[in-house]
Ligand binder design. Structure first.
Ligand code: VLP
Length: 134
């Protein structure tokens, strides 16, 4: 794949994270803390193998996957629901479907200029995040 997401990325905008967290059933107190965070993503891309490490002052989340290979995702420290997750390419976009209790759950990553974009979806809520290279 020509696109390379590798690098360290800092959050610069976060639209409707509240709606997304509410759809995931995150409690009020946790949402109040979480929406103040400016998480950083460290992405490592090596052929079909990816790791995405999302870190913040409150919680961290580590994801590792291979393109086209379904895996069990535990969402530990997020909503803690287990999903069967699958990440595939759609042209230059990285698309994850997180099959489980929540309908329409997943995310999409893509690059636009120097920025990393992330759309997070759950039920009828869409959160849009933009990151800049650290
Ligand atoms: C839970 C929902 C905030 C909010 C409470 C804890 C980790 C794509 C993908 C790779 C994600 C991030 C999901 C964030 C859901 C928050 C703690 C925030 C920092 O990223 O890059 O896993 O799904």
């Amino acid at each position: 794949m020509p696109v390379d997401f590798s690098g360290t990325w800092n959050l610069v905008s976060n639209d409707n994270f509240e709606g997304y967290m509410t759809a995931l059933g995150i409690d009020f107190a946790t949402r109040k803390i979480a929406k103040m965070l400016k998480p950083q993503k460290v992405i490592k891309q090596d052929g079909d193998l990816f790791s995405i490490h999302t870190t913040s002052t409150f919680r961290d989340y580590m994801l590792q996957f291979k393109i086209g290979e379904e895996f069990e995702e535990d969402n530990k420290g997020l909503d803690n629901r287990k999903c069967k997750s699958l990440v595939t390419w759609d042209n230059d976009k990285l698309i994850c479907v997180q099959a489980g209790e929540k309908k329409n759950r997943g995310w999409t990553h893509w690059l636009e200029g120097d920025d990393l974009h992330l759309e997070l979806r759950c039920e009828n809520q869409v959160c849009k995040q933009v990151f800049k290279k650290a």
